[in-house]
Ligand binder design. Structure first.
Ligand code: SF4
Length: 85
């Protein structure tokens, strides 16, 4: 037989879930920021390399960003973790 669940217990559980969701969201934001690497680490340069450049990389975020490398990124730049789209 199931134990009766009080309204108070349900509210408490809901509140705990909400707090967890907010905490988890905040953590994800922090983790994303920390996952980016400095340009020097991946030998970023502002010119293409062997026909490869940021605008054709799957990590490029137009107009001047990158999902994995910090700072301003030129669409004509390149780094060692270039990945085709
Ligand atoms: S080549 Fe790709 S990973 Fe490297 S900086 Fe450019 S967009 Fe980012």
């Amino acid at each position: 037989m199931h134990a009766p669940v009080s309204r108070r217990a349900l509210l408490a559980a809901g509140a705990a879930l909400s707090v967890g969701a907010v905490a988890s969201h905040a953590f994800r934001g922090t983790a994303e920021a920390q996952q980016k690497v400095a340009q020097a680490v991946v030998k970023y340069q502002s010119s293409p390399n062997a026909g490869h450049q940021c605008s054709t990389c799957s990590n490029f975020v137009a107009p001047d960003g990158c999902k994995v490398v910090l700072g301003k990124i030129s669409p004509h730049g390149w780094c060692t973790i270039w990945t085709p789209k």
